[in-house]
Design a binder for this molecule. Sequence first.
Ligand SMILES: Nc1ncnc2c1ncn2[C@@H]1O[C@H](COP(=O)(O)OP(=O)(O)O)[C@@H](O)[C@H]1O
Ligand SMILES: [Mg+2]
Length: 316
Amino acid sequence: MSANAFDVVVLGEVLLEVATDQPVAQGVPARIGISGDALNVAAAAARAGARVGLTAVLTDDALGAAVADRVAELGVSTDLLRFRPGQQGVYLVHSDPEGERAFAYARRHSAGSTLAPEDLDRSALSSAGAVAASGIACAVSESAHAAVLTAARLARRFVFDPNHRPSLATAEAAAAVLSELAPLADLVTPSHPGETAALLGSATPLGAARRLLAAGARRVAVTCGAEGVQLATADEETWIDAVPAPAVVDQTGAGDAFLGTLTARLVLGDPFAEAARLAAAVASLSVGGRGGTGLLPTLEQARAHAAHAARAGGDR
Ligand SMILES: Nc1ncnc2c1ncn2[C@@H]1O[C@H](COP(=O)(O)OP(=O)(O)O)[C@@H](O)[C@H]1O
Ligand SMILES: [Mg+2]
């Protein structure tokens, strides 16, 4: 029996980020971050006012302790973290020869990817307002996939972000996971056009949303980058414009900031469209910071940003 009651529990792997905007070469300086979609989502949910637990496996050494310190610093409970021997997963963000941002992962057989059903706190999961996980967690290992499936079945509300990474899973495998989890999900949040086309075979956000509703998802939010978000339930289809970003430094993690905020605000009782508008405002500010947790606005800042954009839109 868990002593904890969480509004939101997030499952996944926390990664160390090594970032440079130069091509990799001897002596190039880089910046370390602590990231991964699960941590980004958990941090945004905590910022949005939820009590959040993170279920992830960390190493039982100084690296794991440093990661856990960051989890706590972001206002996320460390109670559901597991620690055991192994290697901390890492990704490198660098510039490819054409000057484009490129990602390289060193996470195979990492401690984080050993997440398994035995690591789950069943009581915390079944009592939480929502449980969130992504296609990345499902792709890193069979045991992590099994953990997500178990958690989805235990959850009162399960939130699934397909987060398809071609370096981790084929489109066929990711589509199969989506078909398996959509019927269990209260909310699914694919990105357009990448995931709607590759995983749902749909050319439009609304077409993709309808497919997920038909598959059994209760709510869908198709995120369309700087354009906005298509919301859909059986009763209502609503388009939400993106909130113009004051600064764009790093788009990575916009979807995570959006999802964490949306999940938290739904659990805390906000209507779907209102929660999504606030989540879009948070994501719009978050792209002004580096990494997934580099800039997370407070609720007050996000509300002011959303209201300002709504007024500017009304003046047009
Ligand atoms: N450049 C941007 N300017 C303003 N809002 C943005 C921008 N990029 C993303 N967003 C907001 O964040 C949401 C999620 O972003 P998106 O890029 O679709 O997700 P993902 O990171 O999953 O690909 C969008 O629906 C939008 O509301
Ligand atoms: Mg996404």
